[in-house]
Design a protein around this ligand. Structure first.
Ligand SMILES: NC(=O)c1ccc[n+]([C@@H]2O[C@H](COP(=O)([O-])OP(=O)(O)OC[C@H]3O[C@@H](n4cnc5c(N)ncnc54)[C@H](OP(=O)(O)O)[C@@H]3O)[C@@H](O)[C@H]2O)c1
Length: 253
């Protein structure tokens, strides 16, 4: 039995990840930003007992530190961090160069980098420090994105923050290997999470499904399975890697 902190588990991929770890007999700290009801729903859906609910704003360095402190207080220790929370693309934060005002552009860049990259770096610091102090092995799995490689012309800050996240994982993999802590990333393509359903049901749906030669988009459970494996001791030798989980919709060289 291990203890896992999953950020952004109020729905979507994070909720599926929390369920996957709980189904394997682990205890999970379910983190949310503002959607308490969603996180409570995730918590109620978990197999087993001894799970916890944790909130905190990842845009704030103190928030990231208090998320880890609260998870530790409730679970007693942590073995795995799944850094899944992110400010994801939405109509409200679309920012196209040549169309957006400077204020819109710089505001969205700040929000996305603060949460997706800096928030995750702060979580990693706190969890790695705890593991090192305990002399315990562990794993950090970051949820990145295909967009880091393929580009996101309507959401360049998102792609840049995820590319930074992948690079952060690689640096940390080298720095933390001597402590028996593995650090990996998964880079999903389009996934049918609740926030994406409207798009999938719209006239864009067929084009989104056609991105993959499988003729469909991914499921949260498929990403959760990849995360679960990356966090396992058996995947320690894959530390430093970025696993594409995009149904062959984008092949990078
Ligand atoms: N779905 C896709 O197609 C897709 C594709 C590639 C990569 N991804 C990545 O997969 C991950 C999950 O995506 P999803 O579709 O499941 O997204 P989602 O449902 O929008 O989940 C995002 C989570 O991040 C949390 N969050 C956002 N801002 C936060 C902040 N400032 N502080 C703390 N928590 C914050 C949200 O918490 P609250 O709701 O509680 O505020 C929510 O739980 C993200 O990293 C995303 O970039 C998704």
């Amino acid at each position: 039995m291990s203890c896992i902190l999953v950020t952004g588990a109020s729905g979507g991929i994070g909720a599926a990840v929390a369920r996957r770890f709980a189904a394997a007999g682990n205890r999970v700290a379910v983190h949310y930003g503002s959607n308490r009801a969603g996180a409570q729903e995730t918590l109620a859906s978990l197999d087993g007992t001894g799970h916890a609910l944790v909130s905190g704003d990842l845009a704030d360095p103190d928030g990231a530190a208090s998320i880890v402190a609260s998870a530790l207080q409730q679970l007693g220790s942590l073995d795995v961090l799944v850094a899944n929370a992110a400010v994801a693309p939405s109509p409200e934060n679309r920012h196209v160069i040549g169309e957006s005002t400077y204020a819109e552009w710089s505001t969205v860049f700040r929000q996305m980098v603060d949460v997706n990259l800096l928030g995750t770096a702060n979580l990693a610091w706190a969890v790695a420090s705890h593991l090192i102090e305990r002399s315990a092995p562990g794993a950090i799995v970051n949820v990145g994105s295909r967009g880091a490689f393929r580009g996101e012309p309507e959401f360049p800050a998102y792609a840049a923050s995820k590319a930074g996240l992948h690079a952060l994982g690689q640096s940390l993999a080298v720095a933390l290997a001597p402590h028996s802590i593995s650090v990996t990333s998964v880079a999903p393509g389009f996934v049918a999470t609740p926030r994406q359903l409207e798009k999938l049901e719209s006239d864009q749906g067929d084009a989104l499904r056609a991105q993959s030669p499988f003729g469909r988009v991914g499921t949260p459970e498929e990403i959760a399975e990849a995360v679960f494996w990356l966090a396992s001791p058996e995947a320690a030798w894959s530390s430093g890697s970025i696993l594409d989980a995009n149904g062959a919709s984008y092949l990078r060289s």
